[in-house]
Design a protein. Structure first.
Length: 97
């Protein structure tokens, strides 16, 4: 098992102490930066709201992005399957022809 290292991150003006594998630290920091950038973006767009509203909007954005990505992967898989079926039909026609 990978050794865990302590890491402090700040999200929405709150500090969190985490223990992560050293190999995951860069991804964690990139994710934290993305979250804080999105919070800042929502602060500009939704003036007058509180931090919980901004965090909720970021959470909604992130979850929606994940679902879109999953749908795109499924669509790609379906297209790949259809192309493979067409290729098999063409190969069969060429072999029998």
């Amino acid at each position: 098992m990978a050794e865990l290292i302590p890491v402090s991150v700040v999200i929405a003006d709150r500090t969190y102490r985490l223990k992560v594998a050293a190999t995951d630290e860069e991804v964690l920091r990139s994710t934290v930066k993305l979250i804080n950038d999105k919070i800042l973006e929502y602060k500009v767009q939704l003036a007058g709201k509180d931090m919980q509203d901004f965090v909720s909007m970021v959470l909604l954005w992130f979850a929606t992005s994940q679902i879109k990505g999953t749908h795109l992967l499924l669509e790609e898989k379906n297209i790949e399957d259809e192309l493979n079926s067409l290729e098999a039909l063409i190969d069969k026609a060429l072999t029998n022809g």
